[in-house]
Design a protein around this ligand. Structure first.
Ligand SMILES: Nc1ncnc2c1ncn2[C@@H]1O[C@H](COP(=O)(O)OP(=O)(O)O)[C@@H](O)[C@H]1O
Ligand SMILES: [Mg+2]
Length: 321
């Protein structure tokens, strides 16, 4: 069987394809067998694309993380599918899934903690529990305040802990303009002193390097990378202490991914924000993370960068356990 394999995962393409075509703005700019395309790209766009693939040898974050704990999870457990009304009525057991099994980890101030693991290992659930989107048991300590459940997450906590999702199409309301989307947290948590709402929106758009006139557009009129910039602007409307980034570049090509990562690192330098960075891209994690946690079926396996690197990508998940 022949296959036309469309992807922006260059590493995967290099592995599976016999021949590769590079498309730019609706034109095939280069076409060659895989080996020669990756070893000696002729076209400048191909070269740019290949050079944007994260190089694990090249660290993008030089500074060390703070030593002060910001967020500490102690035996955090997430169960989906609790016995509901209908289950009780029919006297049947609830069909529960344990998405996180007594997860304990710490994020320090200004730290980038990478979280990796196969699909379904509970990474998104962990992020959602931390931001109060799903119920959890166990303890969550934020800046010295111990929270036993999401009911205890007050406005101040929700302002300081933000989340950016994988799919901006699902996380940006299609019926709101970009200006309204960014203004929402400003209305909820208050305007920065000395700024009107319109000024704050314009400044935030500029901070994520989008033109000010985007404020009147709707999300559908933006590209994937631009939409993620809007989600970043919304998360930084009131500079947070911690941002959960849940595979935020998974749907973007490598060159756009590189600019989004650059933006996040710049915002971190400016505001000292810590990131819980969920991704499948192990090379990217090696470029930016201070420490890495590996999740497997709801458990966190390792939380030490050196150990993880010694284990290597191939044997990331212990098969026997
Ligand atoms: N709303 C939900 N209801 C029931 N089960 C869920 C729900 N969300 C996620 N799950 C289950 O929880 C587990 C972890 O999912 P998820 O956190 O999305 O993993 P990941 O982000 O690592 O791919 C999976 O087995 C998934 O099927
Ligand atoms: Mg996920």
């Amino acid at each position: 069987m022949a296959s036309l394999y469309i992807s922006h995962d260059l590493a995967l393409v290099a592995k599976v394809a016999d021949r590769v075509c590079v498309l730019e703005k609706g034109r095939i700019v280069e076409q060659a067998d895989t080996q020669s395309l990756f070893s000696a790209p002729q076209n400048s766009y191909t070269r740019k694309l290949i050079s944007a693939v994260p190089n694990p040898q090249q660290r993008l974050v030089q500074d060390a993380a703070g030593s002060q704990p910001l967020l500490t999870l102690d035996a955090l457990t997430i169960d989906y599918g609790q016995q509901g009304f209908v289950d009780r009525l029919l006297k049947r057991e609830a069909n529960t899934t344990r998405a996180a099994n007594a997860v304990s980890l710490t994020v320090h101030q200004g730290e980038i903690l990478g979280v990796v693991g196969e699909s379904g290992s509970g990474k998104s659930s962990l992020g959602k529990a931390i931001t109060g989107l799903v119920p959890f048991s166990g303890e969550l300590d934020f800046c010295g305040y111990a929270l036993q459940g999401r009911a205890q997450m007050d406005k101040e906590y929700r302002r300081r802990v933000q989340m950016i999702f994988q799919h901006p199409d699902a996380s940006l309301n299609p019926r709101m303009t970009i200006g309204e989307i960014i203004a929402r947290p400003l209305r909820l948590y208050g305007l920065p002193p000395g700024e009107t709402e319109a000024q704050a929106v314009a400044r935030l758009l500029e901070e994520v390097r989008l033109p000010a006139e985007f404020a009147t557009r709707y999300p559908h009129a933006l590209s994937g990378g631009q939409k993620q910039r809007v989600a970043i602007a919304r998360a930084f409307a009131n500079p947070p202490d911690l941002v959960i980034c849940d595979e935020i570049t998974a749907a973007l090509d490598v060159s756009v991914q590189a600019t989004i990562i650059e933006l996040l690192l710049e915002l971190r330098r400016r505001y000292g924000t810590a990131y819980l960075f969920i991704t499948h891209d192990l090379n990217l994690i090696r470029q930016i993370a201070h420490r890495v946690a590996v999740m497997y079926r709801g458990d966190v396996w390792k939380c030490c960068r050196r150990e993880y690197e010694r284990a290597g990508a191939a044997s990331l998940y212990p098969r026997t356990a």
